[in-house]
Write a new protein. Structure first.
Lengths: 337, 326
């Protein structure tokens, strides 16, 4: 990696961090509705993995997806527009925080039902194998909490039985909502669950971007060479609550502090300086650029139009299909047919 | 035309579509080596091979979830659920994923997916294996729900479902597999999804039915004809979208209707059709719309008790007599 590539990755993590901090403010102002799950603290995972994947590799994740959307290549302003429910959002304002996607970028969402996207990921990989898309890998992220639900076990089992090229990534941020791993999972090392399916696995530190890049590259090489699925447990931490409505009664402030000392942006910044790849001044410049990009994203999103009212009925089906009820006036409409 | 059973018609539709389109494949429990638990896919594995005839674990969420993923990549999976009772295990993937992904991501994902399954009671399988919960699935915008009552429709509708870019739940009735009928030949003979069809003409009363109840309604119509009452039988064929056109057209002539379904009455297909008749043709109502449906009990194992609970041809006949005040 040359200097510019290093700086780009640094800036990407800062953009994700700042964009989510802005999102938290906009949420408090009532401009973002629904749920808002922040990724703050986990940025090295999405930036690290996305920086070593190839364009043909599919990415699919759960509802904590803003970082993944940006790492996959969706412009920050398009992500912000979706957060605000605007027409320019990546899902045209229909999906919101939890449902970002861009199929052109091979980013397949953004899925909000815990674990439900895991069998879907197996199907994406099946699609590649079936269509002879050589060497393509489906990279599927989920939280530690998702490994206790049946979907996870059905999906992992199927991926092994059919030898599908899936990199299963458990982003272990220690809590499924407010319940610690130890209180919800019979085994605390999530990677052990792969053993039951005869699947190779590993557990790595997810706070260090360079470590994520190195380990994930090796695993992806192995999948491309040997085929079949692999489970990677990546240890990480979210500094913020599960969502914006989290009272955080389940953990001590000291614990959050301990992890903040290993902050992925701070760790990478120190690495760049220690290795003399960049100076403090150059990184400050990156910070400023990132802030400007996020500010522009917020301005863009705020001025983006609301979806037009008649888009309410768009995309229910692909094929022209009568709308059953638009409201009480449907009776008159249907009488004509 | 060729005379064949419902099973043969469905099997023929699958075979023809797999022959014409490489992206069509089938997966499910026992679809391959076994040949399908209802023998619909017998011989498919030998002809099409393991890539396109995929035996799965007994894991319905994985069957439907992976079919959704494969469909998102442009394939046309036909995923089989051995019975609709097992669809509850895959409920999230059917109603929360298949029915919503196209809309929720602003039209980015297409899901050209068919879920084939069997519904209905009458085979002494007791309460968990005998349900007709079709209406539940028709509740969800984004999903198409199709359920044929004749072999010809089964073939034409299944072929359309496979060619459709939308997710379709295709509900067969396990007790109809041996039912015979004339089926038009030709691989491009299709029946359009979302269209009701008049299966028998008559001016005195409209009987609305779908799936197995179409056969019962036709039998009831024959009985009514002996009493001098001519019943029109409208086959819904699709529960979503629900095509009320032929129903209303018929009702405006007969002014009387019976709706027959095999499932439970409360919140059922009959409730929906009756409500729409009142919404769309209230001025034409000469008698309250009658609903014929299953007694509201979990279906029992004992054959006599089970048949007591299931709607019968005679029930449709009596309901029709009541609405015409015969």
């Amino acid at each position: 990696m040359d200097k510019n590539e290093h700086l780009k990755l640094y800036q990407e993590m800062v953009i994700i961090r700042r964009l989510e901090e802005s999102a938290a403010e906009l949420y408090q102002q009532g401009k973002i509705g629904g749920f808002l799950h922040l990724y703050i603290g986990q940025e090295a995972v999405c930036t690290g993995i996305s920086s070593v994947r190839q364009p043909k590799d599919r990415i699919i994740t759960a509802y904590r997806d803003h970082g993944w959307a940006i790492s996959a290549g969706i412009e920050p302003k398009i992500v912000m527009a979706e957060l605000l429910g605007k027409a320019d959002g990546c899902s045209k304002g229909k999906g919101g925080s939890m449902h970002m996607a861009d199929t052109e970028l091979n980013f397949w969402g953004g899925h909000a039902i815990v674990g439900a996207h895991i069998p879907i990921a197996a199907g994406l990989a099946l699609g590649d194998v079936y269509q002879g898309n050589e060497d393509a890998i489906t990279i599927c992220m989920f939280g530690d909490g998702a490994t206790n639900i049946g979907f996870f076990h059905e999906g992992l089992n199927l991926s092994k039985v059919w030898n599908l090229p899936v990199l299963w990534v458990c982003e272990n941020n220690q809590y499924g909502m407010g319940t610690a791993v130890k209180r919800a999972s019979a085994v605390s090392d999530i990677r052990q669950k792969a053993e039951g399916y005869g699947m190779p696995n590993d557990q790595i530190d997810g706070m260090d971007l360079m470590n994520v890049r190195e380990k994930v590259s090796k695993v992806m090489d192995q999948i491309r060479k040997e085929g079949g699925p692999y489970l990677l447990e990546i240890m990480t931490y979210r500094y913020r609550g599960h969502s914006m409505g989290d009272p955080e009664r389940y953990r001590e402030k000291d614990e959050v502090k301990k992890w903040e000392d290993e902050d992925p942006i701070g760790v990478f910044r120190k690495y760049l300086i220690d290795e003399k790849i960049a100076t403090d001044a150059e990184l400050d410049e990156q910070d400023q650029e990132a802030e400007a990009i996020v500010e522009e994203a917020v301005n863009f999103a705020e001025s983006s139009p609301n979806p037009a009212p008649d888009t309410l009925f768009d995309n229910i089906y692909v094929e022209p299909t009568p709308i059953e009820y638009r409201g009480y006036e449907m009776a008159q409409e249907s009488e004509e047919n | 035309m060729a005379r064949m059973t419902m099973r043969e018609a469905i099997s023929r539709a699958l075979w023809e579509e797999m022959e014409r389109d490489e992206t069509v494949f089938i997966q499910g429990e026992e679809v391959g080596v076994w040949g399908g638990t209802y023998a619909v896919t017998k011989g498919f594995l030998d002809h099409f091979g393991e890539k396109r005839v995929r035996d799965t674990p007994i894991a319905e969420a994985a069957i439907i979830g992976s079919a959704i993923g494969a469909a998102m990549t442009g394939l046309r999976p036909v995923a089989e659920l051995m019975t609709i009772n097992f669809a509850f295990v895959a409920m999230d993937h059917i109603v929360n994923e298949a029915a919503k992904l196209h809309y929720m991501f602003g039209g980015q994902f297409k899901l050209p997916l068919v879920i084939r399954t069997t519904s209905g009671g009458g085979r002494q399988l007791a309460a968990t294996h005998s349900q007709t919960p079709d209406a539940i699935f028709a509740h969800f915008p984004g999903l198409k729900v199709v359920s044929p009552g004749t072999p010809a429709d089964a073939k034409g509708l299944l072929k359309s479902a496979i060619r459709s870019d939308d997710p379709v739940l295709f509900i067969e009735n396990a007790t109809l597999y041996q039912t015979r009928g004339e089926v038009p030949e030709g691989e491009d003979v299709l029946e359009e999804l979302g269209k009701s069809k008049v299966q028998r003409e008559g001016d005195d009363v409209t009987i609305i039915a779908y799936s197995k109840m179409v056969q019962a309604a036709l039998e009831a119509a024959d009985m009514l004809a002996e009493d001098g009452i001519e019943a029109e039988v409208v086959d819904l064929r699709s529960l979503r979208p629900l095509d009320m056109g032929p129903v209303i057209k018929s009702f405006k002539r007969t002014n009387r209707a019976v709706v027959a379904e095999e499932g439970w009455r409360s919140y059922g297909v009959g409730s929906e059709v009756a409500a729409r008749i009142y919404e769309l043709a209230f001025d034409y109502v000469d008698a309250p719309v009658k609903r014929v449906a299953q007694a509201e009990v979990p279906l029992p194992y004992n054959a006599d008790l089970e048949q007591m609970a299931l709607p019968q041809t005679e029930d449709i006949y009596h309901a029709a007599k009541e609405v015409v005040y015969g």
